[in-house]
Design a protein around this ligand. Structure first.
Ligand code: ATP
Length: 456
């Protein structure tokens, strides 16, 4: 089995309408990517599966869709205006900019943890170990400077009324500031959760690794509000829930691992990531944090509004603790593609590229293929029926073998072929993407077959 490299994934995504370089006809724009017709369907399915698991199927969890632009005081309260920064160094030779922590991590192959170092210690490490620029190979660095990752913009039409505002660097604050609104309108009792899927923006300057680290990305976040004392148990529950979700999506357990943070934020009680074995090595896929009562306490302090919860049973008042689970939709998409992609040699010696992901994730649940063009009429009839319930694609161009390959490459789990028997007895062949085995079904059975096979 050939190795899945990042170059292969990028090439597949570009060729098959999954992901294109952002602003491509203008020469692109670093770290931005556009999802194409197939990619947008896959990403939407990933988000749908997540929402189903963490909102619809979860007890006491509710969704919100908060504004991207928030009152600037939110970012003062959260600490982002003062401390959401990365340690940057410039290579004086080729003028590229790098994160000092990444340089150390890569140089030491993950053996040294820069999170535990001060800026001075990082500079010393880079000097003493002669960490060279990964772009030009030079060894002439500027001192470390910290660089706030939030994108700034301003609102108002005149200079006098200009007010600095930020594109949110995380979706979490939208959940925190709506804590009381959600609690009041749902009449939820603690413990309960608030989830959100939405765009976040970070002025990341370390390029590369495709959609792993971008400046505009989507997060899927779930904040669980609970009473102090129960937080440890819920932290463990969310670790399990986060891992189960990935395994149920089809990830091999040996490609996933927990990674506890050595250095905790001053307010955090516990924090870990789930790392995935990406083509470039083990990297963070999602984070789970016990954030104590820090977030709500800070918003209470900065907004002047009480964010205390009143227990309806014993009348006690307290600010709940928060267990945060956060995963990037794009980072998950990259992991899904890399986990699913395989280049297989078939018994006849031919090669096929195939995405073996869960049918629920596939852009199209089925492809409807008339064996010959003169069978297009009954094929389109079936297509019309199936389209009412599923995302389905039609293809009549080229040999049937070529059409199967095209569908395999974008991960379509079933190919439905209309042949001359269809005219006789109303049956079609249904080909399975993974086993390539074919069965015959009556056209009236196809929808319930897809329903059953594609459920997540
Ligand atoms: P990293 O250490 O990789 O920069 P982080 O610890 O800053 O990530 P969080 O702030 O915890 O990340 O964000 C939660 C999740 O959002 C991450 O686990 C990741 O899946 C996703 N994410 C964060 N930054 C980016 C980015 N620049 N591009 C794509 N996804 C991101």
């Amino acid at each position: 089995m050939a190795e899945v490299t990042m170059d292969k994934l990028v090439a597949l995504c570009k060729a098959r309408g999954i992901i294109f370089a952002g602003s491509e006809i203008y020469g692109g724009m670093g770290n931005t990517w556009d999802y194409g017709p197939v990619g947008v369907e896959i990403k939407n399915n990933i988000k749908r599966a997540w929402w189903k698991r963490f909102v619809h199927e979860s007890e006491n969890s509710f969704g919100v869709d908060a504004a991207i632009l928030m009152n600037s005081r939110v970012w003062e309260a959260s600490g982002h205006t003062t401390s959401f920064s990365d340690p940057k160094m410039d290579c004086k030779k080729c003028k590229t900019r790098h994160r000092a922590d990444n340089l150390i991590e890569n140089h030491s192959k993950g053996k040294v943890n820069p999170d535990l170092m001060t800026n001075e210690e990082m500079e010393k490490y880079i000097r003493e170990h002669e960490v060279h620029c990964p772009v030009c190979g030079g060894f002439d660095w500027t001192p470390i400077r910290t660089f706030n990752l939030m994108f700034e913009t301003s609102r108002g039409v005149t200079d006098e009324s200009q007010n600095k505002i930020y594109l949110r660097p995380e979706t979490a604050q939208g959940e925190f500031v709506n804590f009381l609104n959600v609690q009041r309108t749902t009449r939820a009792k603690v413990p309960f959760g608030i989830a959100q899927i939405g765009k976040a923006f970070r002025n990341e300057i370390t390029p590369g690794n495709f959609i792993f680290r971008t400046i505009e990305f989507e997060q899927m976040e779930h904040q669980w509000f609970c009473k102090e004392g129960t937080d440890g148990e819920y932290y463990e529950q969310f670790k399990k829930k986060a891992m189960d979700f990935l395994v149920d999506l089809g990830f091999k357990q040996e490609h996933l691992r927990f990674h506890d943070h050595d250095k905790l934020a001053h307010y955090a009680k516990a924090a870990c990531d789930i790392q995935y074995l990406y083509p470039m090595g083990w990297q963070e896929l999602n984070g789970i944090h016990n954030r104590t009562d820090y977030d709500l306490s800070r918003h209470q302090e900065y907004s002047g509004k009480s964010l205390q919860y009143v227990d309806p049973v014993d009348g006690s008042r307290y600010i709940p603790y928060v267990i945060e689970y956060s995963i990037g939709a794009d980072r998950l998409m990259l992991a899904v593609l890399s986990e699913a992609y395989e280049e297989e040699t078939l018994p006849n010696g031919e090669m096929r590229g195939v995405l073996h992901f869960h049918p629920a994730i596939a852009a199209y649940k089925a492809a409807v293929l008339p064996l010959q063009k003169n069978l297009s009429e009954p094929a389109k009839e079936l297509l019309k029926t199936l389209k009412k319930r599923f995302s389905v694609i039609y293809d009549e161009a080229g040999s049937i073998g070529k059409r199967y390959r095209r569908q395999d490459e974008i991960g379509t789990p079933y190919c439905i072929t209309i042949d001359f028997d269809t005219l006789e007895n109303g049956t079609v062949t249904v080909r399975d993407r993974d086993s390539m085995e074919q069965i015959r079904l009556h056209t009236s059975e196809v929808a319930s077959f897809l329903d059953e096979k594609c459920a997540f």
